[in-house]
Write a protein that binds this ligand. Structure first.
Ligand code: SF4
Length: 650
């Protein structure tokens, strides 16, 4: 059904064979609008597909040089609140010579109708077919979106593989945390943005504009992009393998491009967006967000985001308060999220919360502050924000024994945790949600049993204040040794091990006072394969998609069998990626992608974890992770208090 013959083998494929489901190579906005009129009343939530929301930007298509579609490969209800996409939308649309529009993945009912009526994937703003844009910018914050990205390219009638695209096809770029290991998607994406996309996207627009003006061949244009710092163009790199199947090296195959692609990092955070798009329908997070800081210095050893977003850069209290007010005024929002990886580590958090409280007194605004530390200051903060709508309070100890919390470098004592729980119940919250992770390195079944014991001790604290009204909710996920973390050398639990641990928790935490929610082992394994994969995973992803899988982040849609068959048909062993301890000197598939944190530093930290050694917040005592020497010139240029690494004078 596409130009390349990459047809999705669903019943729709049969329609294509009859000719009635073929998506035309080009469709005008008018044709697409007419098609939508025929199908929208046949799908759930048509509001997902019509656009026209408050604060969308519509420019004169014919007067703009460079047109970008920002693509979020999950449904509107989730993608609409993605802050990264909103930042880029705002940034590009500030330029008079460029426009940014949006596209989200249609839900299965809409996809079926679109294929049936030959409607290609289109932007919400102007209903142009995605194939008409100069650039499609995919947001890939997590790996379980990969098959959706393929499906969206197919629905857009764009060749799936980079090598099959021609001069008339859009440039397909991708950014987001998952791109710190781009290799599993290397065959489908023309260029990856590594790190923070704000500046680099504008540089890509410039490069594409110049290339277009000179009618430059596609390969030359891609070579231009490969020379932009922070841009990885996979076709210009070759991968060699050792006999044992591990990577020997990834090396450039053309001169003049870097052997290692260093992430982009903004020394100072730009002004936050405030004109948020207001969704037409009820969505998962109907709120405006202000990012209070980027990066995290706590050093939790399982946390990829904490490593790849270093260093910490904060915004000033005044800038945050002004942005919050502007965003609420521009949208009428009733919820404001102050986002960061670790909110209570924001230096002036008390002042910020007080000022937000003063500014919005009497305005019926719920303010949320995710990722709080386990201490009484956090309870004070939550009380000030009066976020009682859910009646719940969330803490993330991640592990239930002090030994294990040392190993993962999220150390607090049991007594500190119980004291915080006591405070929470005493101040009237009746439900406490505790996030745990199972499968940590060197975890024993006793460590899992300790989750049960800790939940029971926490409940006992609650009952002292609230009697039978106290509740505990244990949220359980499973550890994945993510790239660029100190645990990237570790093997992850097998499906049987995960299942046995979950069975224990479900069996022991029974009764009306407890609730247990968990990530199914299949989801964890799939995320493990995709996040740790090498270039060979690209064919697995393609085959799994051909086998009918998409919406892998949705438990009711994901088909593990399609993935297992894909591995089998390609003669690849999934355990090779997930259940194998790596040699110290193993070359990782992501080794040519640098977040500036040194591999030796990560390995030393891994070794230290085995001895029960912890690290403090590095803002108080720099651990020399590698960020500062790499970005020393930038630090010199941007001295001051908002960037939390030590200043560099010489
Ligand atoms: S350079 Fe030092 S202060 Fe900065 S992120 Fe690394 S360890 Fe932390």
């Amino acid at each position: 059904m596409t130009k390349t013959g990459d047809a999705h083998p669903t019943p729709v494929f049969l329609l294509n064979q009859t000719g009635s489901g073929i998506i035309p190579p080009m469709a005008t906005p008018e044709q697409i609008e007419a098609g939508l009129e025929r199908i929208l009343l046949k799908v759930q939530k048509p509001g997902r597909y019509v656009g026209g929301e408050l604060n969308t930007v519509i420019k004169d298509w014919d007067r703009i040089d460079t047109r970008i579609a920002l693509v979020f490969p999950d449904i509107y209800d989730i993608g609409i609140s993605n802050l990264g996409l909103q930042i880029l939308y705002d940034l590009v649309n500030q330029r008079p010579d460029a426009l940014a529009e949006r596209a989200y993945a249609p839900w299965v009912d809409m996809e079926e109708q679109m294929r049936l009526h030959a409607i290609p994937l289109y932007s919400l703003e102007t209903k142009h077919a995605l194939a008409d844009y100069d650039i499609l910018g995919f947001s890939l914050p997590y790996e379980t979106l990969y098959t959706n990205a393929l499906n969206m390219l197919d629905l857009a009638n764009i060749p799936l593989r980079s090598e099959q695209r021609g001069q008339a096809d859009p440039l397909i770029i991708a950014g987001g945390h998952a791109c710190f290991n781009p290799e599993p998607m290397h065959a489908f994406i023309d260029a990856f943005v590594v790190g923070e996309g704000e500046q680099v996207l504008l540089e890509i627009i410039e490069a594409v504009r110049s290339a277009k003006a000179q009618n430059e061949p596609r390969r030359e244009m891609l070579l231009r992009l490969a020379k932009i710092p922070g841009v990885y163009v996979p076709r210009f790199y070759d991968v060699s393998y050792l006999e044992d199947g591990t990577v020997a090296a990834t090396t450039p195959n053309v001169p003049g491009i870097p052997g290692v692609i260093l992430k982009r990092m903004l020394p100072q955070l730009p002004p936050p967006p405030t004109r948020f798009i207001v969704p037409n329908i009820d969505v998962v997070h109907n709120r405006v967000s202000v990012e209070v800081m980027r990066g995290c210095t706590r050093g939790c050893r399982f946390c990829q985001a904490g490593m790849i977003t270093r260093p910490v850069r904060e915004r000033s209290v005044d800038e945050i308060v002004q942005a919050a007010e502007a965003a609420v005024d521009a949208t009428g929002a009733e919820e404001l999220a102050l986002l960061s990886l670790s909110s209570s580590d924001y230096t002036d958090i008390l002042e910020l919360v007080n000022k937000i409280g003063e500014k919005f007194t009497g305005r019926h605004l719920t303010v949320s502050l995710p990722s709080l530390r386990i201490d009484s200051v956090s309870v004070d903060l939550m009380e000030k924000l009066k976020d009682r709508r859910s009646g719940g309070f969330t803490l993330a100890p991640e592990a239930a024994t002090e030994r294990m919390r040392r190993i993962i470098n999220k150390f607090i004592t049991d007594e500190q945790l119980l004291e915080t729980a006591r405070e929470i119940y005493a101040r009237g919250w009746n439900s406490l949600k505790l996030y745990f992770m199972i499968g940590h390195p060197s975890e024993t079944i006793e460590d899992v049993q300790a989750i049960v014991d800790l939940c029971k001790r926490v409940l006992a604290e609650g009952r002292k204040s609230l009697g039978g009204r106290a509740k505990v909710h244990a949220g359980v996920s499973t550890f994945i040794p993510k790239p660029h973390t100190p645990f990237q050398w570790v093997a992850m639990d097998t499906q049987e091990q995960i299942q046995a641990k979950l069975d224990l928790l479900k069996r022991e935490l029974r009764g009306p006072a407890f609730k247990v929610s968990w990530t199914p082992p299949e989801d964890t394994l799939l995320e493990g394969w995709l996040s740790r994969g090498d270039r060979r995973m690209a064919e697995v992803i393609y085959t799994a998609w051909r086998n009918g899988t998409k919406f892998d982040a949705w438990q009711d849609q994901r088909q593990l069998q399609a993935w297992s068959s894909a591995f089998a048909s390609l003669n690849l062993d999934p355990a090779f990626y997930t259940h194998r301890t790596r040699r110290f000197d193993e070359v990782f598939p992501w080794e040519h992608i640098s977040d500036a944190v040194r591999k030796k530093y990560l390995y030393r930290d891994y070794q230290r974890s085995l001895d029960g050694g912890t690290r403090e917040d590095c803002r108080d005592d720099c651990d020399a992770c590698g960020i500062l020497p790499t970005f020393a010139a930038a630090r010199r240029e941007y001295p001051g208090i908002y960037w939390k690494c030590p200043e560099v004078r010489h």
